[in-house]
Ligand binder design. Structure first.
Ligand code: MTE
Length: 320
């Protein structure tokens, strides 16, 4: 498989490590002193991550992190999309606790030389964990800033060695109907399936995520492992993955099957291409006050310098 050349991010997009560390220290101290407390969800930021979850630390990755304050723990873990558990934003936190995440295996196969089933503990040890602050831009025109912990998906793919026929990759997610009230409703063709082109999957920004805010992922965020593909709308970032397949033909994702005129294969964040039912030009930052101005959405969610070359010459309005 050919290696892709990645242009360096603009200096303004990079957090120098000393700034990063001092900001982290400041946030930690501010939280401890209650300085972040205020009105609304910000008050809950001071409460910090859930102590009952095991720690999962990652080495800060300044070159792939935003210099923005992460959203509050309570927003990241309380305002979710995980339709298997229902369509209200509070449903995943309310119901996902019953999902069984131990034992957990991930089958990796298809067009690979070394198909293999990995145990979750094996996957956690496969590569060094990094902490990366990414923007998550949901297709519903809201966003958050999330400090994920994980490592590039490319590390896992190297283990199984995709063949020359592997042009796309699919991610199938957990289906546990007895504990997933949303599955009984025919919103999507379950299990939830997402897919990427192989070069997108191998891109260093594409993160296999095991934790958030220094803790293992809470179930509502896609425990025990999920994707984060920050230049695409959030629905591409499949949660609670159980099967990965490298394939030759472009696959159909669950959302493409459900509403082909609304959700395309690429789903790159693009302020110039409307969703048929609403504009994508601006977004609401979850946690901001109701009076805060909406944020302008940026092409590729602000990651253009890193990912635009993947789409050189493509019509992104047609390939939405
Ligand atoms: N993965 C599964 N299995 N089921 C889902 O409903 N929702 C997607 C994505 N992954 C979804 C999923 C959508 S629409 C978004 S915006 C993100 O997860 C939300 O991730 P978060 O709740 O951790 O912010």
């Amino acid at each position: 498989m050919s290696r892709i050349r990645i242009p360096q991010p603009r200096p303004s997009e990079i957090t120098p490590e000393d700034v990063w560390l001092s900001r982290r220290r400041w946030l930690g101290q501010a939280a401890a002193m209650g300085m972040l407390a205020g009105a609304g969800p910000a008050a809950l930021a001071a409460r910090g991550p859930d102590d009952s979850l095991p720690d999962l630390k990652g080495r800060p990755s300044p070159s792939y992190s935003l210099m923005e304050k992460p959203s509050a723990w309570d927003d990241i873990t309380g305002y979710n999309n995980f339709y298997e558990f229902g369509t209200d934003k509070e449903d995943p936190r309310r119901h996902a606790g019953r999902m069984v995440t131990e034992p957990w295996t991930v089958e990796v196969g298809g067009e690979v030389l070394k198909p293999r089933t990995f145990d979750i503990d094996e996957l956690r040890r496969l590569a060094p964990m990094e902490e990366r602050v990414y923007r998550l831009r949901c297709v519903e025109a809201w966003s958050m800033v999330i400090p994920w912990v994980g490592y590039p998906l490319a590390e896992l793919l190297r283990q199984v060695q995709p063949t020359g026929n592997a042009r796309f990759i699919t991610f199938e997610t957990a289906l546990q109907p007895e504990v997933m009230p949303g599955v009984k409703r025919g919103i999507l063709d379950w299990p939830y399936v997402e897919a990427l082109r192989m070069d997108e999957a191998m891109h260093p920004l594409t993160l296999l995520v095991f934790g958030v805010y220094g803790k293992v992922l809470p179930n509502q965020n896609g425990a025990p492992l999920r994707l984060a593909v920050p230049w695409k709308y959030g629905f591409k970032s499949a949660k609670s993955i159980v099967r990965i397949r490298c394939v030759e033909e472009q696959p159909y994702s669950s959302w493409m099957i459900a509403a082909p005129s609304e959700y395309g294969f690429y789903a790159n964040v693009n302020p110039d291409v409307r969703h048929p039912r609403w504009s994508q030009a601006t977004e609401r930052r979850i946690g901001d006050s109701l009076f805060a101005p909406r944020v302008k959405t940026r092409m590729f969610n602000g990651y253009g310098e890193l990912v635009a070359p993947l789409y050189a010459g493509m019509d992104l309005a047609r390939n939405f």
